[in-house]
Write a protein that binds this ligand. Structure first.
Ligand SMILES: [Fe+2]
Length: 430
């Protein structure tokens, strides 16, 4: 009897403690925040480089992109010590018009060959007052990615970027919806200035979302004008004929960037390219495969249900990714976080990709708070909060995924899970 009473007391204390913890972690969903506008600093001249960002090109080169108001040399000088530029490369520049807006000069210079895992210092257009530095990714595993979608440019975006900046990552992967310019082209410039401190230091590898389309019937018929001009990715190197889909290797990972807002039917260029790209992967060299899309193929949020970019693209392409044993498919679009188990054709399958929605970067539209009930068993973790994720691929077999909720401007790791590569699972050999 005394033992029983003791157990009841322990249970009561545990419940009280759990209640206390519950109070501590109870979480009010933060409201959306308005766009912020990052203006050009007053001390900039018309030829000052701004909006600098970098992206990998092949195993040992880096594309440097920047913008000036007036024409300046398309040259990057670089070296491994500050202000000691032992190499230089020249490239091209272009501009675009969108309604009444005319962009500045947009520069595209590929530098290299570069050593792996090495810090380089560089300047653009020979402007001595603005020196930047970046670190090249490692040649071998481990490698650490940051994954974040639907960034936008609000105070929540700022909070997300601050948290990202505190992590020592090698490369950022963005599954679409960058600036939320939505036709207002100066917002692209503002976004470029907002992300420059991070995007000039580490490669930002992106694919496009619906907010990048910016097509106006009869008035501006060409889609992705600003996106393609400002965020050129290394598509030619992977045999793609479009900036909207491409692939690349990073250490032991083959990363595939797909386009949710271009053709994806079995006769399309994108489909054929994907088929060919998957066929070329050497799992001995890249034991991991990640794919990124914008519109999620698996989603239990009430937002964005029934869209053809999700449902039809999944119907057309899911089997390709499944049979290639893609490890993880990242998506954005839904402004929340959701992690599925390994799933194929709606059912849990140990040899299928893990599907993750990470569209919670912090844009002005706010969070997608409502979920379908009951929760299917294939959805393991779902939460509508702003945040980002870090993914460290430790070796050929193991990787650790950590989703960080911004939680009132303080980084909190709220969902951590270890993944095992499908290439290391004998049961998944084809
Ligand atoms: Fe979207």
């Amino acid at each position: 009897m005394a033992v029983m009473k003791g157990q009841v007391l322990v249970f009561a204390l545990a419940m009280a403690f759990a209640g206390l913890i519950g109070c501590v972690v109870s979480y009010d969903r933060p409201p959306a925040r308005k766009d912020i506008s990052i203006l050009q600093p007053n001390d900039f001249s018309p030829t000052s480089p701004q909006q600098v960002h970098i992206s990998v090109v092949g195993p040992d080169k880096m594309r440097i992109s920047w913008i000036t108001q007036s024409s300046a040399p398309a040259v990057v000088e670089y070296g491994t010590s500050p202000q000691n530029y032992t190499n230089s490369a020249t490239g091209t520049s272009s501009s675009y018009r969108y309604l009444l807006y005319k962009s500045g000069q947009i520069y595209d210079v590929v530098i290299g060959p570069l050593n792996q895992n090495t810090v380089y210092y560089y300047r653009c257009s020979s402007e001595s007052t603005r020196e930047f530095s970046f670190k090249t990714p490692p040649a071998q595993l481990p490698i650490k990615f940051v994954v974040v979608g639907d960034l936008g440019q609000t105070d929540w975006t700022n909070s997300t970027l601050q948290h990202i900046g505190q992590s020592d990552y090698d490369m950022l992967l963005l599954p679409g919806d960058l600036a939320y310019a939505d036709l207002f082209q100066h917002m692209w410039d503002s976004f470029g200035r907002l992300v420059e401190p991070l995007a000039s230091q580490r490669p930002w590898m992106v694919t496009q979302g619906n907010h990048e389309v910016e097509k106006i019937p009869l008035i501006h018929k060409t889609p992705f004008t600003a996106y393609n001009a400002r965020w050129r990715m290394p598509y030619e190197e992977s045999g793609s004929n479009s900036n909207l889909y491409y692939s690349f290797d990073a250490a032991g990972v083959h990363v595939i960037m797909l386009g949710s807002y271009t053709d994806f039917d079995p006769d399309s260029d994108q489909f054929k390219w994907l088929q060919a790209d998957l066929g070329k992967i050497d799992r001995g060299k890249t034991p991991w495969i990640f794919a990124l899309v914008h519109a999620p193929w698996y989603n239990t949020n009430t937002a964005h249900q029934g869209e053809s970019e999700s449902d039809l693209m999944k119907k057309n392409m899911e089997e390709l990714l499944y049979k290639a044993r893609v490890d993880i498919v990242f998506a954005g679009h839904v402004h929340a976080y959701e992690r599925f188990t390994r799933v194929y054709n709606g059912n849990a399958d140990n040899c299928a990709p893990v599907y993750i929605t990470i569209g919670d970067g912090g844009n002005r539209e706010g969070l997608a708070n409502k979920y379908l009930d009951p929760k299917p068993e294939t959805s393991v973790f779902r939460e509508a909060s702003f945040g980002h994720a870090q993914l460290e691929v430790v070796n050929a077999t193991h990787a650790v995924w950590m989703w960080h909720r911004n939680d009132d401007d303080v980084a909190v790791s709220s969902d951590t899970v270890w993944f095992t590569s499908l290439s290391s699972d004998p049961a998944c050999k084809l």
